[in-house]
Structure formats: C-alpha cells, structure tokens
Design a protein around this ligand. Structure first.
Ligand SMILES: Cc1cc2nc3c(=O)[nH]c(=O)nc-3n(C[C@H](O)[C@H](O)[C@H](O)COP(=O)(O)O)c2cc1C
Ligand code: SF4
Length: 432
C-alpha cells in the first residue's frame, strides 16, 4: 500500500488504510451517506450554501476561492440544466493528493458531490480525471456504479424529488485541461484551450449551461462540514484559512508522501518533523511550497505557516500543497531548466506572451546551464517573465513566470556563478 496511504491522517483520510472504506458497504459502515441523507431530506439548498460559506472553506484546486460564495453564483431560478464539474485533472508537478482521494475514498467524494449538487440544483456532475490516472478513474467509476445501483445516484434520491448522476470523463494528459475553462472545452470534445472570461462558468459553463467547477479535495471536505458544522471547521487551521489540507511532500526527504494537517502548520515542521528531514545529513537549499508553479523559498524562510495569508508575505502561495524539497547539492539553474521546459511544453499557444515567453525563458536558462550565458541574460529573463504576468487569457502564463522570478529572487548567485565560470558549478546536482 506504501505511499498510497497518508503518513499523517485526519478527518479526510483517517480510514484510508482500510481497503473496505473504498467500497459502498465499508463507507456506509462508517456512517457514510448519512450526512447527505440528512441534508437532502432536512435542509434547503440556501441553508447548505450558507453553512459552507460560514465554514470558510476555500477551494483546494490552487486559487483558494471561497467555495460557498462560488456555489451562490449559480442561478437559483433557471429552466436550463445546471452542472457540476469535479476537477480531477491534477497535473501540477508535486501534487498527488487527488489521486489518493480518488483511490482510497471515492464514496467520500461522491457524498460531497451529492451535497454540492443539492445546494446548487445541479442535475449532473462531470468528473474530469487526468488521462494518466487510469487506476484512480477506475476506482471512481466503480464507486459511481455502486452508488447508482444503491439508488444514491439517479432519480428520487433518499425518496425525494432530488435527482443527480455522475459521468466520469477521462482526459488525454494535458496540464492546461486542469484550468477550468480549458477543462470545459476538452469536456465538450474540443481542443483544451482556456476561454476568455467573462462569461464565467456559473453563467456559461459546460455545453453553455450554468456550471460550478470544484477540485476533488474541495468536495471531500463538504460532508464533514455538514456533519459537524461550520464552527468545528473554523476551529481547525488559521482564522483566514480553516480546515485541514493534504500536503504532498516529495524530493529530498526521508519520508516522501501525503500528510493531512491543519492549514497553518509550519513548513519546517512538515519537512523536518513529519517527513523526517533531508537524507544523508544534508541541508535544505530551497523548497517549492505549493506545486511547481509556486515560487520557491530559500532555507532561511521555512518557518512560515502554510496558509496563503502568511505565504503571500513571502511572495509565494499554497497552490495545491505540493511541497518539493531540494538539498544543498541542487543546481537552481537546472531547476529552472526543468520548470521552463514543462511550461514551454504545456502552453496551449493561444496567447503570444505565453507561447513565446515560455520558450524564450527555456532557451535562456538552458544556455546558462550549458555555460553559454551572458550577464544580460538575467535581466532579459526577468523582463520576459514580467511581461507574461497578468497579460493573458488564463493564469498559466503567471504560473510559468512566478517560479522563474522566485528562483532569481533567492538564488541569483547560482545563475551568476554559471555565467562567470562558463559551466555548471554544481556537479553533484540531479542530472537533466
Ligand atoms: C494552468 C492551470 C492549471 C490548473 N490545474 C488544476 C487542476 O489540475 N486541478 C484543479 O482542481 N484545479 C486546477 N486549476 C484551477 C482551476 O482553474 C479551478 O480554479 C479549480 O478547479 C476550482 O476548484 P476549487 O474552487 O475547488 O479550488 C488550474 C488552474 C490553472 C490556471
Ligand atoms: S496563458 Fe498560455 S495556456 Fe493560458 S490561454 Fe494563454 S497561451 Fe493558453
């Protein structure tokens, strides 16, 4: 089972070591679907939305938007069908929490979706699963079939007029199909190219219908909030960022894997106490705190609580909670090569700044790594990155610029040493 079960568990993952929890019978034995029953038979949709708003739940897909507020944007009075999308595209390098939620707790996700569907009046959910996630998609499909068989999906759920169904859709492996409107285009069978906004999905979403897009983990918190109440949820985490989240820790640590902890847990506690620190007695050089698109932090700044209000002060963000640890041997120019190669490859190409900027940054950092860089290159890199920010159809270009800016902010000396010595001065670093 190994890394498929979190090292530290909490309300989301406490039963994940039990294989039966993935089945309908095992989930029901732990009280599963009782909260959805209580909600659907005893609450109004508006009350559910108010409860989720009051809990302060923020989306766990990267942007951290208020979930209750997003649900309230769905038009209440409309004769058009309304849809939910469960975003299981999870392509952010360093992030693997949704995979484990799909594999080990698919009924928890379905219960969260049911409650969200009741609150927003959605008749169908499209669960869009990353193409490479064949096994997680199988797990979800199996659970959806079980739920349908048991009457938890379909018509007259819990003996009421409420009806809902879930369609599992498999992507074809493109990072940009995680961006919600790129996802919607792909779902409709088109090229995964993000849409200009407005209109936002709540007005014009999947197949032109009102749609709410939420991340897998976001849905999974919902049954717990409805079961124990918003005050319980707010008692965990920080005032501005309540609840637990799943931190995926990878890179140079003794115990890589998933850790369910309160938001606001300090980054150094996660790395050194939970993940066992850096192997072979080496020191940390830098840490990406929230998946590859979030700017890196240097070793001296790891005392930060992992919540956006604190991370922003250090010019980075929580993103998807994917923590990538790099030891003292790491060449930060090679890191820049990996990061820029990824974004160059994954840009959908619609916006000039993004299409050209990602390739341009990649060519510069690869030249610097090979020893052919000039001192002006660093200014050009920053100039290109600056012109990509906030200037494009979607936030992909920002996500490509931020890590490069972060690497230059904290590890400029690595870049300068390459230019000065006309070679890479870190022979012990990982190989490209
Ligand atoms: C380039 C890019 C990639 C994204 N990839 C994902 C993804 O893989 N999974 C995800 O849930 N959200 C992803 N997002 C965020 C989604 O656009 C959207 O904000 C999110 O699914 C909303 O769910 P939430 O409110 O529950 O966080 C991505 C955003 C961008 C700009
Ligand atoms: S910013 Fe990049 S990924 Fe997003 S729409 Fe423009 S070209 Fe495509």
């Amino acid at each position: 089972m190994g890394q498929r079960v979190p090292h530290v568990t909490g309300y989301l993952t406490e039963h994940f070591a039990d294989d039966a929890f993935g089945t309908l019978a095992g989930y029901r034995a732990r009280g599963g679907y009782e909260t959805a029953r209580r909600v659907v038979t005893g609450m109004s949709p508006a009350e559910v939305i108010e409860t989720v708003k009051a809990s302060g739940l923020q989306g766990r897909g990267g942007a951290g938007f208020s979930t209750g507020l997003k649900w309230s944007f769905m038009p209440a009075e409309t004769d058009r069908p309304k849809y939910l999308v469960c975003n299981a595209d999870e392509s952010e390098p360093g992030s693997f929490k949704d995979r484990i939620l799909l594999e080990r707790g698919p009924h928890q996700l379905i219960e969260g979706i049911l409650i969200a569907a009741f609150a927003t009046g959605a008749e169908k959910t499209f669960a869009y699963v990353r193409g490479e996630y064949a096994f997680p998609a199988d797990c979800l499909e199996r659970a959806v079939a079980e739920a349908r068989e048991a009457g938890l999906l379909g018509e007259r759920i819990f003996g009421t007029d409420f009806r809902h169904d879930i369609v599992v859709v498999r992507g074809a492996g493109a990072y940009i199909c995680g961006e919600e409107t790129g996802l919607l285009e792909s779902l409709e069978g088109k090229k995964g190219q993000p849409r200009k906004k407005p209109p936002f999905p709540a007005q014009f979403g999947a197949f032109g219908m009102p749609t709410t897009v939420n991340n897998v983990e976001t849905f999974c918190h919902v049954p717990h909030i409805l079961a124990r109440g918003p005050d319980w949820f707010r008692s965990i985490g920080t005032e501005k960022s309540p609840g637990h989240t799943l931190f995926g820790v990878s890179g140079h640590v003794v115990r890589p894997g998933l850790y369910e902890l309160p938001l606001g847990t300090r980054l150094d506690e996660i790395i050194f106490e939970h993940a066992g620190g850096v192997p072979d007695g080496k020191k940390v050089k830098g840490v990406i705190p929230g998946g590859m698109s979030m700017p890196i932090l240097p070793a001296g700044q790891l005392d930060v609580p992992m919540a956006n209000e604190y991370l922003r002060e250090r010019k980075t963000m929580l993103g998807t909670g994917g923590i990538i640890v790099m030891n003292e041997d790491t060449c930060m120019v090679r890191v820049a090569c990996v990061v820029t190669y990824f974004f160059r490859d994954e840009s959908c190409g619609q916006c000039t700044q993004c299409r050209e900027g990602t390739g341009w940054m990649n060519r510069i950092v690869e030249r610097i790594e090979r020893g052919g860089g000039e001192s002006e290159d660093l200014a050009v890199l920053l100039d290109v990155a600056g012109k990509m920010e906030g200037a494009t159809i979607c936030a992909f270009a920002d996500a490509a610029a931020w890590p490069v800016q972060g690497l230059l902010r904290h590890f400029r000396e690595d870049f300068e040493a390459h230019v000065r010595e006309r070679k890479c001065p870190f022979p012990a670093s990982f190989e490209l």
